[in-house]
Design a binder for this molecule. Structure first.
Ligand code: C2O
Length: 577
């Protein structure tokens, strides 16, 4: 203070000089934040997998799409042109989009879709996020092939909270249909039955050694003996949680969903669709070729799933024939598809690296059931449109509301322009009736209602949500993703959440921060966040089949005080319906 006073008093000239010096000091910091420009052309391209060529929807003809690499603090300007025959939007999964909700991407939630022939420029800034995220189409099932990695390096001049890895490799786990995925979901929507499961899983777009016509294209991840490398594993699959492992190598988990974690070592990780996990791997094994592998963690008892295994190869560079020429890499051991114990051991091992700022005095407490439902065949609808169990149609809901997307305006636009009749702000904060959620649920409770319901939050509200899985039709693990936020996972467990006993188990010290929580099969997860980002934010199950059936809701977070707590005005090129 004293120094400032002595500068300010003598003359305006000195004050000006002081300000100039201050500005000059800030310059190097500002100079480092970059703006990255990209063109994304959504277009069909020939992609051959499992012996058959498809006209696949891609970005820039690439499958998977381009990797975006930025530093924390940078801005992105992505001009998306739609040259495909479907509507499309792009979502930047996990990016907080502070005040830039118009760039978030879910169709009919924050924007109308980009029509064939149309375009839209997404503009946003990365604020305080480091690690691995990804981007994907957020329209129908296009994300089956329209996706890519979004890597956020530490701010210029700062470093990782672990020794710098020699190499970094994004590994995108995907799901491949030997059919047009849009046809698959359209067929399911027509019949009301479950859609066909995929025909292959993929690593960076390739199924790997165990599938027809695939082995020669298996992805190779090169490594030098002694190196420690970072694998950025992303579950971009549509409908399947996956176990991931590398033969004979330990994985040190250091981050998830672009938040760092207290490092721990494991041989297998589990990712739900939407989730990412950063692992360090040290090449400390005899030079050889080792399988990197992923397969389903399929928790719904008796439900069909893709029971295949995708592989890539971790290849030591010094390997020579015969090992290199041999067709069989060292095999990887993966858990059984129903190994919930291993999945749980993993998700409950995650911790924030240091004491976390977990919100405590909770302003808004929600209890939300998540699960399936069955709609009775509506009157006048043909039998062939009701091919779900016992002549029903499959549905899914949160608190018994099966979410319906609007079609004439996005919810965000309706909110900002006060357009009535698009949504209602009466999403229930608890289920309509209390029942034994994970027990044998009476058939009378299987039928959800339909609605476009949001829950309003005041700016700055400290929110707790209990996500309670149900046993309706079948219990299963649900990867619940919240747009626009990272949240703390303070606890998870099996059975019905009991506020008295389970609240005592909350980790309010170092819970992990994520954007997608794995709600255990027949169990619950409790998340907390502060509503500091105004806008409309979808929360949904990241199994696309469940979004299709309505397993979603949205938070409408109001503006706070002043510009810095308010949503920016909509961009001029925002697509309209
Ligand atoms: Cu990655 Cu709404 O999703």
């Amino acid at each position: 203070m004293e120094a400032l006073n002595s500068i300010a008093k003598p003359s305006c000239f000195l004050l000006l000089l002081g300000l100039l010096l201050l500005f000059a000091n800030a310059m190097p910091l500002l100079a480092h934040a970059k703006t990255h420009h990209h063109d994304f052309v959504v277009q069909a391209a020939k992609v051959k997998r499992l012996c058959k060529t498809h006209n696949t929807i891609t970005v820039n003809g690439m499958y998977p799409g381009p990797t975006l690499e930025v530093n924390d603090g940078d801005s992105l300007v992505i001009h998306v042109v739609n040259r495909a025959r479907y509507n499309v939007t792009i979502h930047w999964h996990g990016i907080r989009q502070m005040r830039t909700g118009w760039a978030d991407g879910p169709e009919f939630v924050t924007q109308c879709p980009i029509r064939p022939g149309g375009s839209y420029t997404y503009r946003f800034t990365i604020e305080g996020q480091e690690g691995t995220l990804w981007w994907h189409a957020h329209s129908s099932w296009l994300r089956a092939t329209v996706y890519g990695a979004l890597i956020i390096q530490p701010k210029q001049g700062s470093s990782y909270p672990f020794p710098k890895p020699t190499r970094q490799t994004p590994l995108l786990l995907g799901e491949w249909w030997d059919a047009n995925p849009i046809d698959v979901v359209r067929e399911a929507t027509r019949t009301g039955a479950t859609p066909n499961v995929s025909d292959a899983f993929t690593i960076n777009g390739q199924p790997g050694d165990f599938y027809n016509c695939s082995a020669k294209d298996t992805v190779i991840v090169p490594v030098d003996s002694g190196e420690t490398n970072l694998l950025r594993v992303i579950n971009a699959a549509l409908n399947q949680q996956l176990f991931f492992t590398v033969a004979n190598h330990k994985l040190t988990v250091v981050g998830a969903d672009a938040s760092y974690l207290k490092p721990f070592t494991t041989s297998v990780i589990m990712l739900g669709p939407g989730q990412t996990t950063d692992v360090l791997i040290t090449a400390n094994q005899p030079p050889a070729r080792y399988h990197i592998a992923a397969r389903a963690y399929a928790s719904a008892q008796g439900a069909p799933f893709d029971n295949t295994t995708t592989t890539a190869v971790l290849e030591y560079k010094t390997v020579s024939c015969p090992a290199k020429c041999a067709t069989k890499p060292v095999p990887a051991a993966l858990p059984a598809f129903n190994d919930t114990a291993t999945a749980t051991a993993f998700t409950t091992s995650l911790r924030s690296p240091k004491k976390a700022e977990v919100p405590t005095d909770i302003d808004e407490s929600l209890f939300i059931t998540v699960g399936l439902g069955l709609n009775k065949c509506p009157k006048g609808v043909r039998k062939r449109n009701c091919q779900g169990p016992n002549g029903t149609r499959f549905a899914a809901s949160m608190n018994n509301v099966s979410f319906v997307l609007p079609s004439n305006f996005s919810i965000l636009q309706a909110h900002k322009q006060r357009i009535p009749g698009v949504f209602t702000a009466d999403f229930p904060t608890k289920p309509p009736v209390k029942f034994d959620y994970t027990g044998n649920v009476s058939r009378a409770l299987w039928q959800p209602i339909r609605g476009t319901k949001v829950h309003k939050l005041k700016y700055g509200a400290r929110v707790q949500v209990v996500l309670q899985g149900t046993g309706i039709f079948v219990a299963e693990n649900h990867p619940i993703h919240l747009h626009g936020y990272d949240f703390f996972i303070v606890a998870e467990g099996f059975g019905n959440f009991n506020p008295k006993t389970d609240s005592k188990k909350f980790n309010l010290v170092d819970p992990p921060m994520r954007n997608t929580a794995s709600v255990p099969v027949g169990g619950w997860t409790v998340i907390r966040f502060v509503a500091d980002n105004p806008g409309v934010w979808l929360m949904h199950c990241h199994l696309d089949v469940h979004i299709t059936w309505g397993l979603a809701m949205a938070f409408l977070v109001e503006n706070g005080v002043g510009e810095l707590q308010s949503l920016q005005p909509p961009p001029a090129d925002l697509p309209l319906c």
